[in-house]
Write a protein that binds this ligand. Structure first.
Ligand code: MRU
Length: 364
């Protein structure tokens, strides 16, 4: 597993990296998260098709990380234009085509389209006569900027959230750490920052069916860092909360609408309802790139539905009778009423969300 770009992050694994130089020998590599926790395998993405495949198949995953992958994917796209010796016009056509296939590789996390749009904006600022090499150089700069920016946002989210976390054990869902972002994570950065500051607690990690991001990835990250973690099946969250042991629930987000309704990994909504029932605060940690002020509420957030095989033959063994229908939404929407606050790089934002999110995050 690769070491991080910054000393401040310690020996933190990274989800993706640009290797080699800025020219033809440069390449994007992703840590193949489908192989974790048993194998640390780096996959080279030689072309855009490979980047799209890595995003769709969750080799790279987590809202901020797929945004970063999308941005590096644009640099890979320009590399294709260089290799094919395309003229400036054909280069732009190829980039426009690849931009759309990258941005639409997964529909729910707004970070992906946001990052690709930022690349499109940088291209629009270049003269139309710019050769493919110039496009590649500019796109690689933008991807690196987005990557580095996300590392800083994660650190800020961790610092703001660690102050807010009440004493006691925490429950989290899915994976929101260094594997899901360009830095220490969102919800998991809050948890690890609190730990690094000397707070002591148990992290309860929902296994997060059907693809086990909690069991395979969150538990792996925390175990690597020496933070105590206990994995539970998603269905045990209610029983755990009923014991009174959990002081706070904290999760990440894939897209947050203007009113605070939050799309996150399937099962998040159930945790929020249970938390409310048991009087436990439920926090969402996310950078400003995850907020979508164009959508007034969560009902407009596109929800990805994935292949039935993830449920019928998850990890190899058939567990559903052949021919039976499967309902497999990858995300759900937690209504803003259930959320105690958003932990962002600009601090913790509390209700009323419609006004406070807009004014604190500077949108619109
Ligand atoms: O399908 P995934 O694994 O990409 O889903 C990821 C999540 O739901 C995360 O909680 C979210 O992206 C926040 S990551 C900091």
């Amino acid at each position: 597993v690769s070491t991080p770009s910054s000393e401040a992050d310690g020996a933190m694994p990274v989800a993706l990296r640009w290797m080699g130089d800025d020219g033809a020998a440069g390449r994007l590599e992703v840590l193949d998260q489908t192989a974790l926790p048993t194998e640390c395998r780096w996959n080279v993405c030689p072309d855009v098709a490979a980047v799209v495949e890595a995003i769709k198949s969750l080799r790279v995953r987590g809202a901020p990380a797929i945004g970063i992958a999308g941005a590096y994917g644009m640099a890979v796209a320009a590399g294709e234009a260089v290799a094919r010796r395309l003229d400036p016009r054909a280069t732009r056509e190829l980039l426009a085509e690849h931009a759309e296939s990258l941005a639409s590789a997964r529909p729910t996390a707004v970070n992906l389209r946001w990052a690709v749009d930022r690349c499109r904006g940088a291209l629009a600022d270049l003269p139309a006569t710019a050769p493919a090499e110039a496009c590649r150089a500019r796109l690689l700069d933008v991807a690196r900027e987005i990557h580095e920016e996300d590392r800083r946002l994660c650190a800020a989210i961790g610092a703001h959230g660690a102050d807010r976390l009440p004493p006691g054990d925490v429950l989290t869902h899915c994976n929101t750490g260094c594997l899901a972002t360009g830095g220490a994570g969102t919800a998991l950065a809050v948890i690890t920052t609190a730990w690094d500051r000397g707070r002591r607690f148990m992290v309860y990690a929902d296994e997060t069916r059907p693809l086990f991001q909690g069991a395979r990835l969150t538990a792996w990250e925390l175990a690597q860092r020496g933070v105590p973690v206990t994995v539970l099946v998603d269905a045990a969250a209610g029983h755990l909360l009923a014991t009174g042991r959990i002081a706070a629930c904290i999760v990440g987000a894939d897209r947050i609408a203007a009113n605070g309704d939050t799309a996150n990994k399937i099962g998040t909504y159930s945790v929020a309802v249970l938390a409310r029932h048991h009087g436990v605060p439920f926090y969402v940690a996310a950078p400003s790139s995850t907020f979508d002020f164009q959508l007034p509420s969560g009902s407009q957030i596109p929800i990805e539905h994935r292949q039935p095989e993830e449920i019928t033959r998850g990890f190899g063994r058939q567990t559903v009778p052949s021919g039976v229908k499967v309902y497999n939404p990858a995300f759900d929407v937690t209504p803003h009423e259930l959320i105690a606050g958003f932990i962002t790089e600009r601090g913790v934002i509390t209700p009323p969300f419609v006004d406070n999110l807009r004014s604190r995050l500077g949108a619109g």
